[in-house]
Design a protein around this ligand. Structure first.
Ligand SMILES: CC(C)(COP(=O)(O)OP(=O)(O)OC[C@H]1O[C@@H](n2cnc3c(N)ncnc32)[C@H](O)[C@@H]1OP(=O)(O)O)[C@@H](O)C(=O)NCCC(=O)NCCS
Length: 170
């Protein structure tokens, strides 16, 4: 059975391995390590364990949204990864649902993601552009998405979304 829990300090090598193997390069794994070094930032980092092996990881980091003179805060999903032998068995979906639940428990009601436009809509994500929201960097408009974890969370909210600076290197 899949167990989803908060990442512990001694999970870091396994989390690095999951990200590096799933993405087929180390960039996302290094990014996760760099973000952890950032002081004073509240992350949500969960692992998925199967038979005591860490087979998946999901990270949420804070973002800011600038709407003219108003700045508001939200959270962004990514990176996330499932080890290749365990992909397409629903584990990624379980991890995302648990992650979104953890975000809501932590008081977040708006979550962004930059990712596969045919994967994330099943979890409630819609094109951010359709809500008057865009990423500060260039991205294919269909890849930048947003989800409301509470109905109406985006009412009256729009603007330009900034991730932590570590993301710009990737
Ligand atoms: C994306 C990922 C996390 C999904 O995890 P998973 O456990 O395989 O996902 P699930 O089993 O819950 O869901 C499988 C579905 O995801 C879809 N999917 C998987 N990878 C995808 C991709 N690269 N693009 C689009 N859809 C993808 C599958 O087609 C499948 O769709 P279906 O349910 O309609 O058949 C996993 O494939 C992975 O680690 N990929 C490499 C790293 C990556 O791309 N991370 C996401 C960055 S945004």
């Amino acid at each position: 059975m899949l167990t989803i829990r908060k990442e512990h300090r001694d999970d870091q090598p396994a989390v690095f391995h999951v990200n590096k193997t799933a993405f087929g390069r180390a960039d996302e794994a290094w990014l996760v390590d760099k973000l952890r070094e950032r002081p004073g930032i509240e992350f949500i980092s969960l692992v998925a364990e199967l038979n005591r092996e860490i087979i998946g990881h999901i990270l949420f980091t804070p973002v800011t949204v600038q709407d003219g003179p108003i700045t508001w805060e939200a959270i962004a999903l990514g990176p996330m990864a499932i080890l290749p032998p365990y992909q397409n068995q629903g584990f990624g979906s379980e991890l995302i649902r648990a992650g979104l639940e953890a975000c809501l428990t932590a008081g977040h009601t708006v979550v962004f993601v930059l990712g596969h436009s045919n994967y994330y809509p099943r979890f409630g994500f819609v094109k951010a552009q359709s809500k008057g929201l865009r990423w500060e960097q260039n991205a294919p408009p269909e890849a930048f998405m947003v989800a409301e974890l509470q109905p109406g969370a985006l009412d009256g909210r729009q603007g330009i979304v900034s991730y932590l600076p570590e993301f710009t290197d990737i």
